[in-house]
Ligand binder design. Structure first.
Ligand code: NI
Length: 170
């Protein structure tokens, strides 16, 4: 089932998500979120973006598939970031909740994470590259943080009109 994607300006995007339990129908929810993400041709989607204030997100790197890097299609439940690398990198991000806006964001290049997978088994991994980038962006959503909060103040001022258009367009 395709779920409506909540756009910038909605308060649900600014709230903190809560722990997801096994009883929360997480399999059905993640299946719907994968379907929604594929249709939107995005690479990541977090619970609050579909009005579910639960600690979960899905990643699907299919739109980036160049045949050389392995495709990542994974659901993450109750994710935690245990460690950030000292090394940072700049990357242009976008967000399905903030359509039409793309800005460079500096984030750690690699992270160590813990989460529950689709079988609700605990996993601990060190991740880098595009997966680490998407993970951090989606993890922010669970804290009520958006990528535009992490850009330079001057850039934020410059895109403010565009942001207000998204709010009005609800
Ligand atoms: Ni986003």
């Amino acid at each position: 089932m395709i779920l409506p994607i909540i756009k910038y300006g909605a308060s649900v995007l600014r709230n903190k998500a809560s722990v997801i339990d096994k009883g929360d129908d997480f399999e059905n929810l993640s299946a719907n979120m994968f379907e929604t993400l594929k249709k939107a041709q995005g690479i990541g989607l977090a619970g609050p973006q579909v009005n579910v204030l639960k600690n979960m997100f899905v990643i699907d790197t299919t739109p980036f598939d160049d045949g050389t890097t392995p495709k990542i299609e994974k659901a993450f439940f109750n994710p935690e970031i245990l460690h950030f690398s000292d090394e940072n990198e700049n990357y242009e991000e976008g967000c399905l909740s903030i359509p039409g806006i793309f800005e460079s964001v500096i984030r750690p290049s690699s992270i160590e994470v813990r989460y529950r997978d689709i079988n609700f088994d605990i996993k601990k991994e060190k991740i880098g590259g595009i997966e680490a980038r998407i993970f951090q962006h989606e993890y922010d959503h669970l804290e009520g943080i958006l990528f535009i909060d992490r850009i330079h103040k001057l850039r934020r001022k410059l895109i403010n009109k565009k942001l207000q258009k998204i709010v009005i367009g609800h």
